[in-house]
Design a protein around this ligand. Structure first.
Ligand code: SAM
Length: 235
């Protein structure tokens, strides 16, 4: 039985600092600074005149900060189930954007995301908290509808592989990277947290789902072991 949204909220309420460092990004994810850079540059190249951005599962706001600093004037919407996270992100974004910053504390499965209103939507290491296929379809569909016609959606996340054997190999790769940075006990804790909290999907499942929902193009920016950065353009 995986963690409930309430348990996830409580857990992340305590971790604002870990998700607020723009230089390191999320230290327990692979190539986090590179993925933030690729996502924000790809978003800017795709939507150079963006005026409205949204960061889902924003944590301390790293993805919103990276994207917003590349654009001249944006309104920014932040969504997170943890009130501590979304408030910290709002404070950070208010210091760097000249437009309006809207913070929404809530579950992106339930929050109204709007229609045709965002140029860029990012989701950094968060969608792996979605559970059954119907939840993935629901949230990808909401994101698609919330984007303006030429808008783009960018994800950096942990991904599964297609077979158990390759999955184990990729997981082993991730743990070997972690072991160089943190203690064995911490690695064990992060692995246990992954087992209890996360339900990632394969990269191909997510790219296929984007296409099925209507995205005209899907783009892979980066993949290293069990982490990938990728996106889709509405049309
Ligand atoms: C691993 S952190 C990543 C934070 C940030 N995107 C980053 O990359 O630094 C995942 C975030 O997603 C949020 N989250 C998890 N499930 C969520 C849900 N169903 N709705 C909204 N936020 C959620 C958590 O509270 C947490 O802040």
């Amino acid at each position: 039985m995986k963690s409930t949204p309430e348990a996830i909220r409580r857990n992340f309420d305590q971790q604002v600092e870990r998700f607020s460092n723009i230089e390191t990004g999320q230290t327990t994810a692979i190539d986090s600074p590179l993925c933030m850079e690729l996502v924000s540059q790809a978003a800017k190249l795709t939507n150079p005149n963006a005026t409205n951005i949204m960061d889902l599962g924003c944590g301390g706001g790293n993805y919103a900060v990276k994207v917003a600093t590349l654009l001249s004037h944006v309104d920014c919407t932040l969504v997170d189930i943890s009130s501590n996270m979304v408030e910290a992100a709002k404070t950070r974004l208010e210091q760097i954007v000249s437009g309006k910053v809207t913070a929404i504390q809530g579950d992106y499965r339930e929050v109204e995301l709007g229609k045709n209103c965002f140029d860029i939507i990012t989701a950094g290491t968060t969608l792996h908290h979605l559970r059954g296929e119907e939840e993935w379809e629901l949230v990808f569909g909401k994101i698609y509808r919330a984007l303006k016609p030429s808008g783009s959606f960018w994800i950096n996340d942990i991904v599964l592989s297609e077979t158990d054997e390759i999955n184990e190999m990729m997981l082993g790769g991730w743990l070997s990277v972690l072991k160089k940075q943190i203690t064995e006990d911490e690695v064990r804790m992060y692995r246990e947290r992954y087992e209890s909290e996360d339900t990632p999907r394969t990269l191909s499942f997510q790219l296929d789902l984007m296409k099925k929902i209507g995205f005209s193009k899907t783009i892979v920016l980066h993949k290293h072991f069990n982490f990938a950065a990728f996106g889709g353009i509405k049309y």
